[in-house]
Design a protein around this ligand. Sequence first.
Ligand SMILES: Cc1cc2nc3c(=O)[nH]c(=O)nc-3n(C[C@H](O)[C@H](O)[C@H](O)COP(=O)(O)OP(=O)(O)OC[C@H]3O[C@@H](n4cnc5c(N)ncnc54)[C@H](O)[C@@H]3O)c2cc1C
Ligand code: SF4
Ligand code: SF4
Ligand code: SF4
Length: 392
Amino acid sequence: MNKIQLCDKYKCTQCMACINVCPKKCIELIDTGEGFYIPQIDEKICVECSACIKACHRLSPIVDYQTPLKTLACWTKNDTDRRRSSSGGAFSVLARKVLSENGVVFGATMDTNLQVKHISIDNTDDIVKLQGSKYVQSYLGDTYKQVREFLRQERLVLFTGTPCQIGGLLTFLRKKYNNLITCDMVCHGVPSQRAFDVFCEKTNIKNTCQGVSFRFTAGWGFQLAREVESPIQSENPTSTHLTRKVVNPRDAWYMRAFNKGLMFNESCFSCAYTTPQRVSDFTMADYWGLGAETPFDYPTFRGVSMLLVNNLKAMDFINECPDLFYEERSLEEAIKGNHNLSHNSERLVGRDSFIQDMQVMEPRALVVKYGIKESLRDYLRLLKQWINSKRV
Ligand SMILES: Cc1cc2nc3c(=O)[nH]c(=O)nc-3n(C[C@H](O)[C@H](O)[C@H](O)COP(=O)(O)OP(=O)(O)OC[C@H]3O[C@@H](n4cnc5c(N)ncnc54)[C@H](O)[C@@H]3O)c2cc1C
Ligand code: SF4
Ligand code: SF4
Ligand code: SF4
C-alpha cells in the first residue's frame, strides 16, 4: 500500500498545490459526490517522494498567523470602482496600485458560461473582471505555478482569494517573496460550482445572461442580478454593454442558502483561517457592525470595506494608496460584527441532504423544506436599495 495519504474530504480545500508539484503527474481530483473534490493518487506511478504532502497547506502548512496592526473602515475614492464592488472597493485600491507598478493581479472571475475561476490581469481595464464577490468556489488550475513564474521574473504580484487559497499558495511557494502581496477575505465558506450550475439551470438563468452579480446594489447589501448584454442607446447602435437585471427574491434562493450555510465545502467546517490572526498581508470584508458601539460619522449606504493591515509590508503599501479613504477602528468591533473572524460556520444538520435535494427537488418545495423561502424583508431590502440607488 502507498504510504502517501493526502487530505480527505474533511480537510481538502481543492487548492491543487499537490497536483501542481507532483513530478509524476499521478494525482487527479475525484468528485466526493457533492460537487467538491479530493485528490486520488495513482499508486502504480507514484514514487513516494512526498512532494505533494510538503506542498499541502492542510498537512504541512507554511504560514505565519499575524495579529493585524490596523483595522480600517474604508472605501475607494473612485466612484465607479465603489459601485462595482461588494463593499467599499478596498480590493480595487490594492489592484490599481499594483498595476501602476507594472504588476500582475490574481483573483476570481466569472466567465460567460457562469464558471468561476482564478485569472491574472495586468491592466486596469480588466479590474472589473475581478470585482464583486462570486459566492462559488473558484477553480485554481495551475494558478500557483503562474504566480511563481511572475515572482521569479521579479514582477510585483497581488494574489487575492479565500484564506485557504492564500494558505495553499504560501505553502506551495515555500519561500517568502518581497514582491508578493496577498489579500484574503473574511470567509463564510464556499458552495461548489455544481451547486451554482444547478441553481442557474433551475431558475432559467443559464443561457439568458452573460454573467451573474451576487451583490448588485447601488446601496450596500446582497442582491442577485443577471448581467445581460443590451444595446447602448447612443450614436453607435451596434455597440453593447451589460445591464443588470435583479433576480426576483422568490427565485434568489441560492443567496439565502449561501447565507444560511447550507451548501459549504465539508472542509469549511474545520477551516484553519477563521481567526483574527491572519496569514495574508491584507484581509478584506464587509464592515458589518460598523458604528454599533463607537459612532461612525459618515454615510455607509454605498458600502464600506473592512481592511485589516496585517504586517509592516502591508502598512508601507497602504500608506502609498491615496485613493483609499479610511478611518481607523478597533479590531474588537470588526470581530463582533463578523463571526467568521473568530469561528467557523456552523455545520447545519440539513447540509448534506440540501446538497442532494437541490439537484432533484422542485425549487418551491426545496425552499419550504429548508426554511429559505423569500420573506417580506427581502422585498423591503430591495426597495431600500432602490431608494439608496437614487441617492447615489
Ligand atoms: C466565498 C466568499 C465568502 C465571503 N464571506 C464573507 C464573510 O463571511 N464576511 C464578510 O464580511 N465578507 C465575506 N466575503 C468578502 C466580501 O464579500 C467582499 O469580497 C469583501 O468585502 C471585499 O469587497 P471589496 O468591495 O473590497 O472588493 P470586491 O470587488 O467586491 O471583491 C473582489 C475580490 O474578491 C475576490 N473574489 C471574489 N469572488 C471570489 C471567490 N469565489 N473566490 C476567491 N476570491 C474571490 C476577487 O478575487 C477580488 O479580490 C466573502 C467573499 C467570498 C468570495
Ligand atoms: S509522493 Fe510524489 S509522486 Fe507520489 S503523488 Fe506525491 S508528489 Fe506525486
Ligand atoms: S494540496 Fe490542496 S488539493 Fe491537495 S490535498 Fe492538500 S488541500 Fe487538497
Ligand atoms: S471557510 Fe475556510 S476552508 Fe472554506 S473556503 Fe473559506 S477559507 Fe477556505
